[in-house]
Design a protein around this ligand. Sequence first.
Ligand code: PLP
Ligand code: MN
Length: 377
Amino acid sequence: IFQAPTAAANMPYTINVGDPISALDTPSMIVDLDLMEKNIDALFSQLLPMGVNIRPHSKTTKSAILAEKLITAGAKGACVAKLSEAEVMCAKGLTDILITCEVVGPTKVKRLVDLFQSYKEIRIVVDSEEGAKAIDTAIGESGVADRILTLIDLDVGLHRTGVEPGEPALQLAKTVAGLKHLKLIGIQGYEGHLQHLHGFDERKRACLESMKILVDTAEALRKAGHQIDVVTTGGTGTAEFCATVKGVTEVQPGSFLFMDTDYRNAVGTKYKNSLTILATVISKQGPKQITIDAGLKSLTTDSGLAECKTLGYTYGVLGDEHGSLSWKDGADLKIGDRVEMIPSHIDPTINLHDFYYAHRNGTIEAIWPVDARGKVQ
Ligand code: PLP
Ligand code: MN
C-alpha cells in the first residue's frame, strides 16, 4: 500500500527514480532527503525519550507514504485536519487517525459515519453539544454498534475552536459521556497562536501557560468521573515545551519535516528547510532582474514571500505564473538557469503541487504523490 511509485503516474513526460533533478520540468516540488531525515531524527530523538506520543500532523504533507515513514520512525498514528484527508489516508491503509477539526453539518457527518463503518480506530474532536449529538444520532441511525473515539476540543487561548475551560468543558464532557455512540477518551487543546512567537523563552513561557489550562481541565474532567487517557496538543514551535508538561500524552507537530521561512524566522534552524520549489529562469528583465516560472500558483504569500535558496536574490510576485528575482550587483542568472525557492508557509504551498520529488545530492530517490491535495472538506 505504501509502495512509492518509481515514476510519477499521469505525467506528460517521463521522470524516473535515478534521474537527476535537472531532468525535472518546473516548477517542481523537491525534497532534500538528507535534511528531511535530519529533521525527523531531531524531533523524535528529543521527544520520544520524554515519554510523549508523537502523532504528526498530516495536514502538512497530505501524503500517506510520509505518514507511514513517520510511524516507522516511532510516531503513534497521524493527525489530519479534515474529514476528506482522513478518507484518503484510510483508503491508503493508514487508520490510526485523529481528525483535529470539528465534523459539522449533515453531509459531512454522513461521510464520517460512512468512514467509521469501515475504520473503527478513527478519532474525532467535538466542541459543542449540537455537534456531538448530531454525530451520535447519525451513528445510531446507521446501525453501527461501536462507539466513535471522541476528544473534547478545548480552547487554550487560540479562540478558533474549542469549548471554554471550566464549567463549559465539564458540561460538554458530561453530555458526550451520556451519548450512546460516542466514547470519551481525552482532550485536545491546540495553542496555534503561539507556534510562531519569536524567542525561545517567550514561546516557552506562553506555551506552559496554555498547557496549564489544558492539563488542569483534563484533571477536572477526571475528578468528575471521566476517563481522560489522551491529552493532545502542540506543533512544531511548541512540542518540545508541551512534552515537558506532566499530563500531556501526545504532540501533533507537522511543519518540522520541511519547515518554511516563517517558522525558521521564529524557531531558528533546529529543523532545516528541506523542501524547495525548483523553478526556471524564463526571461531577463534588464541587468539586475530575471523572471522565473513560479508565481502565486506555486508559492503561497500569506506568510510573506518565498526566499531564493541562493543568497543575494530578492523574490517578487509577478502574477499567478511568474515571479521576479532581483539583485544589487552583478548579473549571474541567465535564461534557462534553475533556482530553488524556499516556501514561506509550507502547508498551503504543498497543497499546490501534485508530487514530491525526493532527492539525495541531486539524484531522485523517490516520487511521492500529494495524496490529499485539494482535500479541504
Ligand atoms: N495541531 C493542529 C490542531 C493544527 O491545526 C496544526 C497546524 O495548524 C498542527 C497541530 C501542526 O502545527 P505545525 O505545522 O505548526 O507543526
Ligand atoms: Mn500552517
